[in-house]
Design a protein around this ligand. Sequence first.
Ligand SMILES: NC(=O)c1ccc[n+]([C@@H]2O[C@H](COP(=O)([O-])OP(=O)(O)OC[C@H]3O[C@@H](n4cnc5c(N)ncnc54)[C@H](O)[C@@H]3O)[C@@H](O)[C@H]2O)c1
Length: 449
Amino acid sequence: MASAAMSTAPFILSASKGERLVLSRTYKDGLFSANDHINIGLIGSGIQGIYDTRAALSVDGVKIVAACDLYTGRLDRAKELWGKDLFVTRDYRKLLDRKDIDAVIVATPDHWHKKIAVDALKAGKHVYCEKPMVQKWEDGNEIISAQKSSGKICQIGSQGMSSLTNEKAKQLYKEGAIGDLVLLDFYNDRYSAEGAWQYPIPPDQSPDTVDFDTFLGNAPKVAYDPTRFFRWRNYKDYGTGVAGDLFVHAFSSLHYMIDSFGPTSALATGGLRYWKDGRDVPDVSITLYDFPKTETHSAFNAVFRVNFIAGSGGGSGFKLVGTEGEMEIGWNTVSVRRSKLNMDPGDYSLVAFTEKTQGAIRSNHSTVSPKSRNSVLQTGTTTWESPRDYKGAHHDHFHNFFTAIREKGKAIQDPTFGLRAAGAALLANESYYTKSPVKWDPIEMKMMG
Ligand SMILES: NC(=O)c1ccc[n+]([C@@H]2O[C@H](COP(=O)([O-])OP(=O)(O)OC[C@H]3O[C@@H](n4cnc5c(N)ncnc54)[C@H](O)[C@@H]3O)[C@@H](O)[C@H]2O)c1
């Protein structure tokens, strides 16, 4: 993970004054014979399991052979999507027993990630495990060890990290496009029931169609409750709140772009303001993080905000602010805006001096900014965008996963990376529930005292 520090040469925008440039990427795809396919099994065939499988199947040489879920309606849907011959089961161990399966996707609720990922690695399967890698940071090392001793690939599923825009942002940051990083501003405001995790509960749900006891796993025993099953994100027994659902993506991208191991402390506030539907996680969260100076970045702060009641209609943003400009990174665009700091004394403050003193201040003031690089700064805005036919970050994340399997290479987001992103995100929950600041050791990946 260690990489060269940021460049000290003046940064030159390849195009300025509002130009748009198209990004590109070359894929090493091949034609694979039927017996050279990577066979996958899906564990957790819900919403993301389906999107993951679609992305996986968009990579050449990949075939789905099995699916596992605890609700029969989801198994019916899997057969509808991928053929009536698909092997389906409610017991993921039966899927892991199959010798024809090379890799599994783990897209269950968060509280099942660790157990299934570890069992799958021990069974000799490559694993694509959804984010957040773990529900509890203490569980992370078990996946790291299981991956190391298995020698299999384990990739965590913050797919945005593999996007063309993240790759470009990483390059631009390293070249000094925004100078020294001072602030990360991340927000995700949502204005819909679906955005606030009010997912549909199917009319055929019942203790017969849903294996509720298995769903609970190690969580406290409660009576059958379809709301807990189908809207598990709303309960801290199974999910990780907005931190594990949304902050974790931003941490994966941030850590990747600036080669960071993560923050050292966090302070969260927020509350349950609107969705009083039985959930026990907040629908408004604001968390402040401290990143100390390292080889690859200056000391900076990060603001993470999620709001599920956004009266203005919602929206999201991820912006790195630096001493020489700012970079806004989206799914399909990355924009760098470089501006010169205005060092001129302004009329606002000069008003308090006599006309004579104002004149003296104006004629004496220095135009050199405290940051010398500013004096050679080339200003302007440039936007890079993904091409129209871009297959998307999700495709690319799976492409990385399968390439690592075929070439016995490395996952772009391995379990150590996954734990650093999850651990950083989960600090928000710890601080929110304990109502106090919390400290994190990002090297050792441990919460402190
Ligand atoms: N990468 C992303 O952008 C992204 C987006 C959404 C969700 N996710 C992650 O994907 C995971 C699933 O989220 P979702 O929205 O698809 O939830 P979901 O409820 O739609 O699907 C989860 C499925 O897992 C099944 N399940 C539960 N326990 C199981 C077990 N022990 N064995 C087998 N199946 C089990 C459930 O029956 C359900 O169908 C979560 O960890 C979530 O954080 C990632």
